[in-house]
Design a protein around this ligand. Structure first.
Ligand code: BGC
Length: 762
C-alpha cells in the first residue's frame, strides 16, 4: 500500500466508506478495487478451522477437513497458558495456509449456568482464569499473522432467545465478571477484532451501547482493533456505528450501507464517525496484506498436538483405592458404552469441525490390554435396550474391572439452544448404576460439554472427565487410563451436585424478554464456596497419580500500598513415585468486610512439572486489582485498607497454605455525611474512622457512667458489645443517646465531611 489510510479515506466516496462497514457475504469483507483496498476473509471457529470447501456465501456449507482441537471446556482445564499459546500458533498457521485472515475465536463468555448450550465453547466460570487462558490463545494465534475475533462481547450466557434477550446485570457484576472476562484479554493480547454479542444488556442492545463499545472497551482498556457484529446482531445500523460497532456481519445487503449514507446526509450521523470506523477496519485489513508467504502445515502433527492438549487437560475427578491407572496385564477389563466407539469430541454449531481423523478409545486401548467390549446403551435415543443392557452388565460382572464410557449425546447440547436439565440420559445412568451394583471396580469416563448430575458418583471407584476431547480423544483417554500420561487437568468450573444448587437456577433462562442476573458477582465457586455448600467436584479440582506437598508461603512484604505489587512464593514438591504436573492456585479473601464479597477469588495460577522427589518454587505477582472490587460509588476498582488473606491451594476447596497481608488504600471513597449516616459507615471510612472511634469511647464511658448513677453495680456493658449495638444507629441518634443538641451534631457532621473531602483530594 503506497497511500496512507488517511489519504485513502480522503479519496473515498461516502458510499465506498459505508460499504466497508458491512460484509460482502458470510465469510468475506468488501474490497474497494478502485483504490486498491482488499477485503479480508474470516472463518469459524475457535477449536479448528471451519472453512467452506467451495467458496460459499452462506452457512449451509460442506467444510474442508481440519484438525479438531479440544474445545475450551477441556483446554481451559489445562490451566496452562503456554499450551494455549501453542494451540493458537497451530491454528494461526492453518489459517495462513487456508488464506484466512481472521479466525472467529476464541469464545470467552462466562459459564453462568451449566445449562447454556454453548458452554463447551467457553473456558470458565472465573474471569481471571478464562481471560488468562484466552489471552494466551490470542497471542499465539496473532503471532502467526492472523487476527483473533474474541466473542461474544458480552453477557451472552445463554442460547435461549440469545438474539434479543436482555441480561439484567448490576454494574458490579458486569465489571467483575462479564466484562472482566474480556478485559484481561484485551489488555494482555490486543485481539485484532472483537465480536459484539447478540443480546441486550439492561434493555439496550450491546451493539448500540456506546458505554461498552467505546467508553469502556476503547477508552478505558485501550482497545485498538475493530468490533464486528455477531452474525446479524445489528439491530439499528446507524445507532450501532455511532456506538462504536465497526463492521456489520455477514452483511445483509446494500440497504444497510445505504442507511449510513442517509444518516450522514441528513445530519444524524457525523461523517467523522464513519471515517474513524473505516480507519479502524483498514488498519486491520492492511495488516493482513503484508506477507505472501503461505506456510504449510501437517495435519498429522497437529493431530498429535490436539492429543497433547487433551492429555494435559482431562480431569481425574475421583480415584479411590488407586483404581487408575489400569493394569496392563493380569486382569480382565470390560469396556462398556457406545462412546468408546463413537466418542463425542466436539460441540455443535459454528464450532463444529470436519475432523481430520478421530481416535476412538476402543481402538486405542488395544495397545495396552485385551479388553471385551459391549455397547451398553443406544446413543441416538434415550430408551433402554434390554439386550444391550443385560449383555453389558454380564460382561462387567465377569470381568475384574469395568470401564464405562458415558456422557451427553450431541442432541443434548449445542449452539442455538440450552439444556433443559443437568441429567445424562436415563439409559446411561441406569447402566452405570446396574454395573456398579455387580462390579466394585467400576471406572466412568465422561464426554460432556458442561457438568452433569452424577447420581452414581459414590458407587464407582474412579471418574475421568474428558469433556469434549477433540479428535484425538480416544488416544488421550487410553494413555491416561493406562498411566502413560499422568492426569493434570483441573476443573475450570464447579460441578454442582444438582441443577437447583446453581446460583442462577431461579433466574435461568428468564422469561425470554429478560434474564435477571440476581446472583450478582456470586457465580460458580464464588457462590458455592461463600455458602460453604457441598458440590460434586469443586472449581480447580483434579487428581494426579502422584501427590504434592506445599510449604513456605512467603510475601515480598507483609504490608503494601495499593500502588505496589507484592510477590508471593511457595514451594511445591512431588512426594509420590511418578512424574506429574500440578496447577497451583492462588485465591484472595477480603477480610475488610467493606462490602459483600465472595469468600475467595482466583488471582493467580501456575502449572509446574515435577519429577518424583523434585521441589520447586512457585511465584505469583499481585497488584491492586488482585484485591479490588468494582465500587459503583466511584465507578472504579477499589481495595479498602485492611487485611486480606492469601490462600494457596490445589483446588478452591483444598487450600494448603494461607497468610494475611495488610493493604493500605490510596483511594478515599467519597461520602456525604448527613444526620442519617450510620456509625458503621463512619467506622468503615478511613477518614471518619478516627473521629467516630473517639466519639464512641466517650459514649461508652458516658453510658456505663449513667448506669452507675442509676445504681447499677458491676453491670458495665463491655465496650465492644456496646459499639456493636450502636453500629447501625444514625448520627442523629446521639441526640437521644447523649443528649447532644442538633447543632452539636451538625458541627460534628461538618468536621467529618471536611475529613472526607480533604482525604479524597490527597
Ligand atoms: C455465532 C458466532 C459465529 C457466527 C458465524 C453466529 O451465529 O454466534 O459465534 O462465529 O455465527 O458462524
Amino acid at each position: 500500500m503506497n497511500k496512507t489510510i488517511q489519504q485513502l479515506i480522503r479519496e473515498m466516496t461516502l458510499e465506498e466508506k459505508a460499504s466497508l462497514c458491512s460484509g460482502k457475504d458470510f465469510w468475506n469483507t468488501k474490497a474497494v478495487e478502485r483504490l486498491g483496498i482488499p477485503g479480508i476473509k474470516v472463518s469459524d471457529g475457535p477449536n479448528g478451522l471451519r472453512t467452506p470447501k467451495i467458496d460459499s456465501k452462506d452457512l449451509g456449507f460442506e467444510a474442508k477437513e481440519a484438525v479438531s482441537f479440544p474445545p475450551a471446556c477441556l483446554s481451559a482445564c489445562s490451566f496452562d497458558e503456554k499450551l494455549l499459546y501453542a494451540m493458537g500458533e497451530r491454528l494461526g498457521t492453518q489459517c495462513r495456509a487456508e488464506g484466512v485472515d481472521v479466525l472467529l475465536g476464541p469464545s470467552a463468555n462466562m459459564k453462568r449456568s451449566p445449562l447454556c448450550g454453548r458452554n463447551f465453547e467457553y473456558f470458565s466460570e472465573d474471569p481471571y482464569l478464562g481471560s488468562r487462558i484466552a489471552a494466551a490463545y490470542v497471542k499465539g494465534l496473532q503471532s502467526r499473522g492472523v487476527g483473533a475475533c474474541v466473542k461474544h462481547f458480552t453477557a451472552n450466557n445463554q442460547e435461549y432467545r440469545r438474539q434479543t434477550v436482555s441480561a439484567e446485570v448490576s454494574e458490579r457484576a458486569l465489571r467483575e465478571i462479564y466484562l472482566a472476562a474480556f478485559e484481561g484479554i484485551v489488555k494482555e493480547a490486543q485481539p485484532d477484532t472483537m465480536m459484539c454479542a447478540y443480546n441486550r444488556i439492561n434493555g439496550e442492545y450491546v451493539s448500540e451501547r456506546h458505554e461498552i463499545l467505546a467508553d469502556i472497551l476503547r477508552g478505558e482498556w485501550g482497545y485498538e482493533g475493530f468490533v464486528m457484529s455477531d452474525w446479524s446482531a445489528v439491530n439499528d445500523r446507524v445507532k450501532a456505528v455511532a456506538a462504536g460497532l465497526d463492521l456489520a456481519m455477514p452483511g445483509e445487503g446494500p440497504w444497510q450501507d445505504q442507511q449510513i449514507v442517509e444518516a450522514v446526509k441528513n445530519g444524524t450521523l457525523d461523517e467523522s464517525v464513519v471515517n474513524t470506523v473505516v480507519e479502524r477496519i483498514l488498519r486491520i485489513v492492511f495488516k493482513y496484506q503484508q506477507g505472501n508467504d503461505v506456510p504449510s502445515y501437517n495435519m498429522d502433527a497437529d493431530h498429535a498436538f490436539a492429543q497433547k492438549v487433551a492429555e494435559e487437560s482431562m480431569v481425574l475427578l475421583k480415584n479411590d483405592d488407586h483404581m487408575l491407572p489400569l493394569p496392563k496385564q493380569g486382569k480382565k477389563i470390560a469396556l462398556i458404552g457406545a462412546f468408546a466407539e463413537s466418542p463425542r469430541f466436539q460441540g455443535g454449531g459454528s464450532a463444529s469441525v470436519n475432523a481430520h481423523k478421530v481416535n476412538i478409545a476402543l481402538e486405542a486401548v488395544k495397545a495396552y490390554a485385551d479388553v471385551s467390549y459391549s455397547k451398553g446403551y443406544l446413543l441416538e435415543e434415550d430408551r433402554i435396550d434390554t439386550d444391550l443392557l443385560e449383555e453389558a452388565v454380564k460382561a462387567a460382572s465377569e470381568a475384574d474391572i469395568a470401564v464405562i464410557f458415558a456422557g451427553l449425546p450431541d442432541s443434548f447440547e449445542s449452539e442455538g439452544y440450552d439444556r433443559a436439565d443437568m441429567r445424562m440420559p436415563d439409559n446411561q445412568n441406569i447402566l452405570i448404576a446396574q454395573i456398579a451394583a455387580v462390579q466394585e471396580n467400576t471406572v466412568v469416563v465422561l464426554h460432556n460439554g458442561s457438568p452433569v448430575e452424577m447420581p452414581w458418583a459414590d458407587d464407582v471407584k474412579a471418574i475421568l472427565e474428558s469433556y469434549l476431547g477433540g479428535e484425538a480423544v480416544g488416544q488421550a483417554q487410553a494413555r491416561i487410563l493406562f498411566g502413560d500420561v499422568n492426569p493434570s487437568g483441573k476443573l475450570a468450573e464447579s460441578h454442582p451436585i444438582k441443577l437447583s444448587d446453581n446460583p442462577s437456577y431461579l433466574h435461568f433462562p428468564g422469561d425470554g424478554e429478560s434474564v435477571e442476573y440476581a446472583e450478582g458477582v456470586f457465580i460458580g465457586y464464588r457462590y458455592y464456596d461463600s455458602k460453604d455448600m457441598a458440590v460434586r467436584f469443586p472449581f480447580g479440582h483434579g487428581l494426579s497419580y502422584t501427590s504434592f506437598a506445599y510449604s513456605n508461603l512467603r510475601f515480598s512484604a507483609d504490608s503494601i500500598r495499593d500502588t505496589d505489587t507484592v510477590t508471593v512464593t511457595c514451594k511445591v514438591k512431588n512426594t509420590g513415585s511418578v512424574a506429574g504436573k500440578e496447577a497451583v492456585q492462588l485465591y484472595v479473601s477480603d477480610l475488610t468486610r467493606v462490602t459483600d464479597r465472595p469468600v475467595k477469588e482466583l488471582k493467580g495460577f501456575c502449572k509446574v512439572s515435577l519429577a518424583p522427589g523434585e521441589e520447586t518454587v512457585v511465584s505469583f505477582e499481585l497488584n491492586k486489582r488482585s484485591f479490588a472490587w468494582f465500587s459503583p460509588k466511584v465507578h472504579d476498582w477499589y481495595a479498602a485498607t485492611g487485611e486480606y488473606r492469601v490462600l494457596i491451594g490445589s483446588s478452591s476447596r483444598d487450600i494448603r497454605l494461607e497468610k494475611t497481608l495488610h493493604l493500605e488504600s490510596s483511594t478515599v471513597l467519597p461520602m456525604k455525611v448527613t444526620r442519617n449516616t450510620t456509625i458503621n459507615e463512619l467506622m468503615l471510612h478511613p477518614a471518619t474512622k478516627p473521629i467516630i472511634m473517639g466519639l464512641l469511647d466517650q459514649i461508652v464511658a458516658y453510658m456505663n457512667g449513667m448506669q452507675k448513677q442509676d445504681g447499677g453495680e458491676g453491670m458495665e456493658v463491655p465496650a465492644e458489645q456496646l459499639i456493636r449495638m450502636l453500629e447501625s444507629s444514625p448520627l442523629r441518634f446521639f441526640n437521644t443517646l447523649m443528649g447532644m443538641s442538633m447543632d452539636q451534631i451538625d458541627g460534628m457532621i461538618a468536621q467529618m465531611q471536611m475529613a472526607v473531602d480533604t482525604g479524597s483530594k490527597k
